[in-house]
Design a protein around this ligand. Structure first.
Ligand SMILES: [Mg+2]
Length: 403
C-alpha cells in the first residue's frame, strides 16, 4: 500500500464558544487583561488563544483506504508544517511503516519542532496511519496494540468551571446522578488574587466535596496558573479534601518545581497534557514530578509515541490518565493495563439550557463520539481509530485562517 495524498482541514471552535468563555485560572492569569475571574471577561481566553480549533488530517492511499486524525489548537501552524514539510516525507511511502515514518518526521522537524505544533502535526498523521492499519486489518486499533485490557472504559466528568457555588453544586450532583464516580473541577484564582483568592479556591473545592460526598473521586485543575510557592501553600491547604489529584500546578517546563510541589503535601500531583514526546515525559517521570501522568495523544506524537510513554510510566509505577478522551485516546487506554480511566467533557446542563447545544464541538466532527453510560464508555468495536468524519460538521466548522 502507498500513501497518495494528505488532505488538511482547519476547523475552529470560535463559533461554538464552549469552555473558552468559562471562568477558571489559566497560565495567563498573571496578566489582568487575560483573566476571567467572575465571568465578566468572557473574551479573556480568546484574546490570547487565537482561533481555538483542530486540524483534521486525512491520509489517502492507493488501496482506497483513508485514515483520519487531528492535531489541536495551533491550527495554521500545524497545517503549514504538514503541507510544507511532512507531506513530502510521507506521500509515496507505505503507511504501515509507522515507526520509521514517525522518526523521519521527528528528525526532519527538529530545527523548529521537538515540542509544540510540529509534534502536533506528526500526531495527526500518526493517528491517521493507525486508522489505516485498523481499517486494513478490519480491527479496532486497540486490537493491534496488544488487545483489550478492560471490558469498558471508566471515565471521569471533566468540567465544573467555577461559575458560582450553586451552579457548581448542581453540576456535580448531576454527574453523580448520571453515574460518574469521578470528576474534575477548575480552580478560579492564582497568586495574583492573594490570600482571599486562596480562600475562594478552597471554598469551591469544599462546595463540590460536600455536594458529592466522600465516595467520589474529585480532581482539580490549576491549568499552569500557579507558582511553586503558591501551589505548595494551596495543596497543603487542600489536604483535608482527599483530592484524586491537583493538575498542572505550575508551567510544564518547571519540572523541578513540579517535584517540589509534589513532596510538599499528601495531595497527588498530575501533569503532562502540555508535554511532548517520550523525551518530555521521561523528564517528568525521572524527576518524580507527577503521581498521575496525562499525555495527550494529539500532542505527544500520536499513538506510536503514546504507547512508549505508557510503557515508561508503567516502569515508574505512575498511572496514566490521558488528557482528553477522544476515540484514538480510548484505543490506547483500552490496550493499556496502566490507564484506569478516560477524561470525558460533558456539556453542563446549565450551559446546554443557556446555549441550546446538544453536543460538544469535538464530538460533532466525528461520527461516533465517546458516549458514556453510567460513567463508562463501551469499548469501540469499529475497525480503525474511531475517526470517521462527520462531513456536515466539518464543513460547518471549517475556516480558512483569516479570522
Ligand atoms: Mg488540564
Amino acid at each position: 500500500m502507498q500513501i497518495t495524498d494528505i488532505d488538511v482541514t482547519m476547523v475552529s471552535t470560535d463559533s461554538w464558544g464552549e469552555f473558552v468563555e468559562f471562568p477558571l485560572v489559566t497560565v495567563m492569569n498573571k496578566y489582568e487583561e487575560y483573566r476571567n475571574v467572575d465571568g465578566s471577561n468572557p473574551e479573556a481566553r480568546r484574546k490570547w488563544m487565537g482561533p481555538v480549533g483542530d486540524v483534521v488530517v486525512e491520509v489517502e492511499t492507493d488501496a482506497g483506504i483513508t485514515g483520519a486524525g487531528h492535531g489541536t489548537w495551533a491550527t495554521g501552524a500545524i497545517a503549514t508544517i504538514i503541507e510544507e514539510t511532512l507531506s513530502k516525507l510521507v506521500v509515496g511511502e507505505d503507511p504501515g511503516r509507522r515507526e520509521e515514518l514517525w522518526e523521519k518526521m521527528y528528525r526532519a522537524t527538529i530545527p523548529f519542532g521537538r515540542k509544540g505544533a510540529a509534534i502536533e502535526a506528526i500526531s495527526a498523521i500518526d493517528i491517521a496511519l493507525w486508522d489505516i492499519a485498523g481499517k486494513e486489518a478490519g480491527k479496532p486499533v486497540y486490537e493491534l496494540l496488544g488487545g483489550p485490557t478492560k471490558e469498558e472504559i471508566p471515565c471521569y466528568a471533566s468540567n465544573l468551571h467555577p461559575v458560582d457555588h450553586e451552579t457548581l453544586e448542581r453540576e456535580a450532583l448531576d454527574y453523580v446522578e448520571k453515574g460518574f464516580d469521578a470528576m474534575k473541577m477548575r480552580f478560579l484564582h492564582g497568586p495574583e488574587a492573594g490570600r482571599q483568592g486562596m480562600k475562594e479556591n478552597e471554598e469551591i473545592i469544599a462546595t463540590v466535596r460536600d455536594a458529592v460526598g466522600d465516595d467520589v473521586q474529585l480532581a482539580a485543575d490549576a491549568y499552569m496558573g500557579w507558582t511553586v510557592r503558591y501551589a505548595t501553600a494551596m495543596v497543603q491547604r487542600l489536604e483535608p479534601y482527599d483530592l484524586a489529584w491537583v493538575e498542572e500546578p505550575v508551567i510544564p517546563d518547571d519540572v523541578d518545581g513540579y517535584a517540589e510541589v509534589r513532596v510538599a503535601s499528601d495531595v497527588p500531583i498530575s501533569g503532562g497534557e502540555h508535554e511532548f514526546t517520550r523525551w518530555g515525559h521521561r523528564d517528568l517521570l525521572e524527576a518524580g514530578a507527577v503521581d498521575v501522568l496525562q499525555p495527550d495523544v494529539h500532542r505527544v506524537g500520536g499513538i506510536t509515541e503514546m504507547k512508549k510513554i505508557m510503557d515508561m510510566a508503567e516502569v515508574h509505577d505512575v498511572p496514566v490518565i490521558p488528557h482528553v478522551g477522544t476515540n484514538p485516546t480510548l484505543h490506547v487506554i483500552a490496550a493499556s493495563t496502566n490507564a484506569p480511566m478516560a477524561e470525558y467533557f460533558p456539556i453542563p446542563e446549565w450551559y446546554r439550557e443557556q446555549q441550546d447545544k446538544e453536543s460538544t464541538y469535538s464530538d460533532a466532527i466525528y461520527q461516533h463520539p465517546p458516549s458514556p453510560e453510567d460513567g463508562t464508555i463501551p469499548l469501540p468495536d469499529r475497525p480503525g481509530a474511531g475517526t470517521e468524519l462527520n462531513r456536515d460538521a466539518l464543513d460547518h466548522f471549517e475556516y480558512e485562517g483569516e479570522d
